[in-house]
Design a protein around this ligand. Structure first.
Ligand code: DAH
Length: 340
């Protein structure tokens, strides 16, 4: 037994370790319940009486040396920063966790919502799968209107009455049907059109619809609301221009251009050298649309507008290709870090 202990003493003396994990292994080997020291104390019972004294001294010495060795090694590792039982250095700086960025469409959608909430517009959303009444008929689209054509609209194969909505104007109808004026709301959402994908068009895109119905709502209210929006969105110096246009559900109808942010009106390839960029359609709600929703058009008037979020985002951030919004290329997306 004494020889065995002497050999172990040597082993302990020559032990050195690379990591805290190895020190822990060493401790378990000697000091755990099933470790060498416990075994030796067990064997000690059978040592002949005349050798007991010397063996006892050696055994206690061995136990102390193990403990001392562990203490010194642990201290050495702690001061060099190696703390963990697993050998991990917990004092090292953690790996940087990359934060994601919000998608530019979400950023601009949130900005639009924020700008209109400041002047009392509330927000609602509605379904993307619509029936003919809400997407077309109630909005005054004549039976033979080309927008109903299979080429523009995604119909549900088994039911020609059901389609993916082609614009958020359907939410105007849904809202007016179930609410009594005054109504002052905006409706953001996804819309679908059967278009070939290019730098300027996509089959899925986003719109925000605006609706204001009350007594005495006039075209001047519409114009002032849109001017306020354009200045908040694109900057104080922004000017707007309303051009006459046609939509079945508004009369009169207009399209709004904003002065080109990029060249300040001098002419560039974003504004196609006109100094103006079109961003939305608008108008006074046609009385028959109000009547379709059981709103008395002799008492109430209203305006509506609808803008493309992609178009607005492209202008705001000078993005030249619409496809970038759908590709999820991290190099594109991470440029919007920090915006909400
Ligand atoms: N729904 C139209 C479109 O998708 C945009 C629009 C035009 C909406 C005039 C309106 C409006 O509310 O008054 O092209």
């Amino acid at each position: 037994m004494q020889d065995k202990i002497k050999a172990l003493l040597q082993e302990i003396a020559s032990f050195s370790s690379a990591s805290a994990g190895e020190v822990e292994q060493f401790r378990l080997k000697f000091l755990s319940k099933k470790g060498i020291i416990t075994d030796l104390f067990e064997d000690f019972k059978h040592v002949p009486a005349d050798q007991k004294k010397a063996a006892g001294v050696l055994l206690n010495d061995l136990k102390n040396k193990v403990q001392e060795k562990i203490n010194t090694l642990k201290q050495a590792h702690e001061s060099s920063g190696d703390h963990g039982k697993s050998g991990m250095d917990l004092t090292r700086p953690a790996e940087q966790v990359e934060l994601g960025a919000r998608h530019p469409i979400s950023i601009v959608r949130n900005q639009i919502i924020e700008i209109f909430s400041r002047i009392g517009f509330t927000i609602a959303e509605d379904r993307e799968i619509e029936d003919d009444w809400h997407n077309f008929t109630a909005l005054n689209f004549p039976e033979e209107h080309p927008a109903r054509d299979m080429q523009d609209t995604f119909f549900i194969e088994k039911n020609p009455d059901i389609a993916l909505r082609t614009h958020t104007s359907s939410v105007q109808i849904r809202t007016m049907e179930k609410t009594t004026p005054p109504i002052r709301m905006i409706f953001p959402g996804r819309v679908f059109r059967n278009e070939a994908i290019s730098a300027r068009a996509h089959c899925i895109f986003h719109q925000v619809e605006g609706l204001y119905v009350d007594k005495n709502v006039s075209f001047a209210d519409l114009k002032q609301t849109l001017l306020y929006f354009a200045k908040e969105m694109f900057g104080e110096k922004t000017q707007i221009r309303l051009r006459p246009s046609y939509f079945p559900f508004t009369e009169p109808s207009g399209e709004m251009d904003v002065s080109c942010l990029i060249c300040g009106g001098k002419g560039c390839n974003i504004c196609k050298y006109t100094g103006w960029v079109e961003i939305l359609g608008c108008g006074m709600i046609d009385p028959s649309v109000l009547e379709n929703c059981h709103i008395d058009s002799s008492v109430y008037t209203g305006f509506a507008f609808g803008m493309g979020i992609e178009r607005t985002t492209m202008l705001k951030y000078q993005i030249k290709d619409l496809r970038l919004f759908f590709e999820n290329d991290i190099r594109f997306l991470e440029q919007f870090k920090g915006s909400y």
